[in-house]
Design a protein around this ligand. Structure first.
Ligand SMILES: *[C@@H]1O[C@H](CO)[C@@H](O)[C@H](O)[C@H]1NC(C)=O
Length: 226
């Protein structure tokens, strides 16, 4: 019930948990173990580690599954407090068999099913599958391009979940729309990158050279969590 008042004063707002990933521009991929180690040494709050070997879809090959399993074991070794992943079948259902074996590998740590959920065939049925598989939470934009647009479905999911699994809205949540999403969904946990841009410290610059495929992001503009 104090949820509404703290949003009035953003200086009092602080994260209760970190979802650690790299490659935010790809929607998040598995972070390096160096990042995890340093983050764990720097913060007190729980750090949940994204296990996603690449960007793109959530249909994984045997080799990719091998990588995910190795990453789960390493993340646990380096102090992860929870793990975040998702896997689908080619028909758009939750890949139960794979999720079951990954969840088993993650235990005793809590697991979150990430926004692969937003690409399933039948969200209501998928939610029941996640409850059965033992996921503690699901990150979702309500199967839309942002949590604000997916708000009606998020609300339906929360009603259906009845506290059996945490529905955590995420996708385009900012300080400007957080309160609307809070009031419209009744959710108690929220997920956002809180990203802003910072100008590079480089004094010598050559802007005709770019490193990656992305044309919109200059090497001299750094994305940071604000
Ligand atoms: C910037 O890069 C271009 C292309 O490689 C090069 O021709 C040019 O000399 C560079 N400019 C500076 C100031 O180094």
């Amino acid at each position: 019930s104090d949820g509404l008042s703290f949003i009035d004063d953003l200086s009092l707002f602080c994260a209760g948990r970190i979802e650690l990933c790299s490659g935010l521009l790809e929607g998040g991929t598995t972070p390096s173990m160096g990042v995890l180690q340093v983050v764990k040494q720097s913060v007190q709050i729980p750090v949940f580690v994204m296990i996603r070997p690449r960007g793109g879809d959530f249909l994984y090959s045997d080799r990719e599954i091998e990588v995910m399993k190795a990453d789960i074991q390493l993340a646990k070794l380096y102090g992860a407090d929870g793990l975040v992943f998702g896997a689908l079948t080619e028909d758009g259902y939750i890949d139960k068999e794979l999720c079951m074996s990954l969840v088993a590998l993650c235990r005793p740590l809590p697991v979150t099913f990430h926004r692969a959920f937003d690409m399933v065939h039948d969200p209501m049925a998928a939610l029941e599958t996640l409850v059965t598989l033992g996921f503690e939470r699901v990150l979702t934009s309500g199967c839309d391009s942002s949590a604000l647009e997916g708000l009606p479905l998020i609300k339906r999911l929360i009603d259906q979940a009845k506290g059996r699994i945490v529905i955590m809205p995420g996708g385009g949540i900012t300080d400007r729309n957080l309160q609307r999403i809070l009031e419209g969904s009744g959710a108690t946990e929220f997920h956002c990158s809180a990203r802003s841009s910072r100008d590079s410290g480089m004094k010598f610059r050559n802007s005709s050279v770019a490193m990656g495929a992305s044309l919109s992001n200059s090497e001299y503009t750094l994305k940071v969590t604000d």
